[in-house]
Design a protein around this ligand. Structure first.
Ligand SMILES: *Cc1c(COP(=O)(O)O)cnc(C)c1O
Length: 423
């Protein structure tokens, strides 16, 4: 087993996560930030209540929709993990992405988005179109495809690090340089890799979004999302920041607008209970990501060598089109892979022969999850979108969990070999 030694994060990554709450002063010396359930906050002096609304009462909470001490503690952890200047948590990853689009873009603006994005993100782009925001979807594995569609009114470029399900790796360095040169906000969905394997701020992303439901929470027991500001984008020149939020430190302008317009007004708030579950999950992020990346690479190599398997998509396989980029930028390949059987007609029967891997909708759990992509999560999208996103009819997505890799490989082997002896 080769434990990856990430080049991209400080040697204190996990130490920071597990000691942040204590250093920020958790109540009664508690080593974990408690779950604060109060919706309302009270004040002894009316001046302090007034000050909450006028921004002069520091560190106070107004109403749980805008945050609680528990969600703030998780935000502080995430800010440190991405080495950013601030974070806002949301109820889900989709709520975080929606808030970014709806609060930072206006009718008449132009958005460039990778064509290889999470299915619901792709579907959300249609809603933006209906609202008068022009969207171009491009193959973001080459920065020149992004450059080709930029316009004077392009406000934002949105890409994923490793795309789900076919694992395309965006040209992160090229797009980062392009956006920096043109002063365009680059937003990177870093859900699949997590800040343990890659930090988008390093290539110039201004905002990083996460579905905390996946790598960071990691246990399939809580939904959550987050937007981290890396401090790399200069908000002072961004035309869509409303007057009341153009105050103080320019680095906070984007997050202030997101918190007020996106969280307070739109209301997709993360509960304290889920924030706590995610914060505890984050404590073991590096251990889980190392283990799952190692298992996934073993599984990818095994599948590629099996005669019943056609293409295998995993960025850390030398056969992957962006292998060089992935191994240069990422500490490891993470837990997502997909592959096609040579006989696509056998796909569903093969999945029924798996005994350990669970046929399931989701991603990023402690258990290995598998799904046939075309007839399920990409069914509504239709054949044309599937073709554009590189999704073959027989594509199987695997989200590798924490089982011992030997057992996982044995399960795939028996299912590929046609069932074998019951075990
Ligand atoms: C799951 C996922 C999302 C959406 O997150 P939810 O928490 O399920 O809303 C967004 N982006 C990527 C890459 C995802 O995998």
């Amino acid at each position: 087993m080769t434990t990856p030694t990430p080049p991209v994060h400080p040697a204190t990554f996990t130490a920071d996560i597990v000691h942040t709450d204590r250093r920020f002063g958790a109540e009664h010396g508690s080593l974990q930030k408690p779950i604060h359930t109060a919706v309302q906050y009270g004040f002894d002096r009316v001046d302090d209540l007034v000050g909450v609304f006028q921004g002069t009462t520091k560190g106070a909470y107004a109403y749980a929709r805008q945050g609680t001490p528990t969600t703030s503690a998780l935000e502080a952890r995430l800010t440190r993990m991405e080495q950013g200047v601030g974070t806002i948590c949301f109820a889900t990853g989709m709520a975080a992405i929606t808030a970014v689009f709806l609060t930072l873009l206006r009718a008449g603006d132009h958005l460039v988005c990778s064509q290889h994005v999470f299915g619901n993100t792709n579907s959300l782009l249609d809603t933006l179109g209906d609202l008068g925001i022009a969207v171009d979807k491009v193959d973001a594995t080459e920065a020149e495809n992004v450059a080709a569609v930029l316009r004077p009114d392009t406000r934002m470029v949105f890409v994923e690090t490793v795309a789900n399900p076919a694992t395309q790796v965006a040209d992160l360095e090229g797009i980062g340089a392009l956006c920096r040169e043109r002063g365009i906000l680059l937003v990177v969905d870093n859900t699949i890799l997590s800040p343990w394997l890659f930090r988008p701020g390093d290539i110039g992303a201004g905002l990083v979004v996460h579905s905390l439901t996946k790598s960071i929470g990691g246990h399939g027991n809580a939904l959550g999302g987050a937007v981290v500001d890396t401090g790399r984008f200069d908000w002072s020149g961004y035309p869509n920041i409303a007057a009341p939020y153009r105050k103080g430190d320019t680095k906070q302008w984007g997050l202030t607008q997101l918190r007020k317009k996106g969280l307070r007004d739109m209301g997709a708030s993360l509960s304290s209970q889920h924030a706590h579950a995610i914060a505890i999950g984050a404590e073991t992020l590096s251990l889980r990501m190392n283990h799952a990346s190692d298992s996934t690479l073993q599984l990818a190599r095994f599948l590629e060598s099996h005669p019943a398997v056609g293409r295998v998509h995993y960025p850390f396989l030398p056969s992957h089109p962006q292998h060089g980029r992935a191994t240069r930028l990422f500490a490891a390949g993470s837990w997502l892979l997909s592959f096609e059987l040579r006989d696509a007609d056998d796909t569903l029967a093969f999945l029924d022969r798996l005994r350990l891997a669970v046929k399931s909708t989701g991603l990023g759990d402690t258990r290995t999850l598998v799904i046939p992509v075309a007839p399920t999560i990409f069914w509504e999208a239709g054949a044309e979108v599937r073709a554009r996103m590189g999704i073959a009819d027989g594509l199987v997505r695997v989200s590798v969990g924490l089982e011992e890799p030997e057992q996982l490989l044995a399960d795939f082997r028996q299912a590929l070999d046609g069932g074998g002896a019951p075990g």
